[in-house]
Design a protein around this ligand. Structure first.
Ligand code: ZN
Ligand code: ZN
Length: 255
């Protein structure tokens, strides 16, 4: 997670706190750009914002971590193969998608889940046939969910499962919260999440699709995948709303 949307009571970029609060009660303005309600594309986000998301074409992304590139495995995945068989991201964690994810995670916009899941499902189908038998959300920390009053990962998992006509199975639980990954440098994130999940025996023999909101170093999602595989899952794929670009590669935002 990037600093701009660091933990705490989040704001959604250009949207003022007042506008955001009003939007929660009565969505009259786009959650992402703040424009007055006109041509809404679902989830309180206007069509213009949905159309301007910095999407990632599956054909031009690393197949196992969704990093934009030339479509072959990125250097990191060649160095160490991730535990997931395939990874797909709706877009880059930048520009309007960064603001959308911020609203989704921090401002209580659980209404965003179905609209975002519909687009993520489309992207997944574009990447190839969905072979998973069930969708499994990566559980967020309990303290954060208490603070928010809802679990955004579970909302997204349920919505994506509905889109894909698959069951949503909460096969993972947290054994401890650990320090928030966003507070740690990349090198320490893997150690921070080692052993942080426990998988239910229901994972055995199953092809599973893990779902998370943002993929940064992959430490959390890959630990979740390793936990499911250790519990006997036959295959784990990963779908995320947003993939962080390589440092320094965040595209300038249009408008
Ligand atoms: Zn908008
Ligand atoms: Zn990769």
């Amino acid at each position: 997670m990037a600093g701009a949307l660091a933990p705490g009571r989040g704001t959604a970029g250009a949207v003022s706190r007042g506008g955001l609060l009003l939007g929660l009660l009565l969505p009259t303005h786009c959650t992402v750009c703040g424009a007055p309600r006109a041509g809404f594309g679902g989830g309180g986000v206007c069509d213009a914002c949905w159309d301007a998301l910095p999407t990632i074409e599956p054909a031009a992304a690393c197949p196992t971590c969704a990093l934009p590139g030339d479509g072959s495995r990125c250097a990191g995945c060649r160095r160490e193969a991730p535990p997931v068989a395939a990874a797909c991201a709706l877009g880059l964690y930048a520009g309007r998608l960064k603001r959308l994810v911020g609203a989704f995670k921090f401002a209580g916009h659980d209404v965003l889940a179905p609209a975002a899941a519909r687009r993520l499902a489309g992207r997944l189908r574009q990447a190839g046939p969905v072979v998973a038998e069930a969708v499994v959300p990566v559980p967020s920390t309990r303290s954060r969910n208490r603070e928010r009053g809802y679990d955004p990962g579970a909302e997204l998992g349920r919505a994506l499962a509905a889109e894909l006509r698959l069951p949503c199975r909460r096969l993972l639980a947290r054994t401890r919260d650990g320090a928030p990954q966003s507070s740690l440098p990349a090198a320490r994130r893997r150690a921070n999440v080692a052993g942080v999940f426990r998988a239910s025996p229901g994972a055995r023999g199953k092809r599973l699709l893990l779902v998370d909101d943002v993929l940064t170093t992959g430490a959390t999602a890959f630990e979740a995948a390793r936990t499911l595989l250790a519990a006997g899952a036959s295959r784990v794929d990963l779908a995320v709303l947003a993939r962080t670009p390589e440092p320094g590669e965040e595209p300038a935002e249009s408008a």
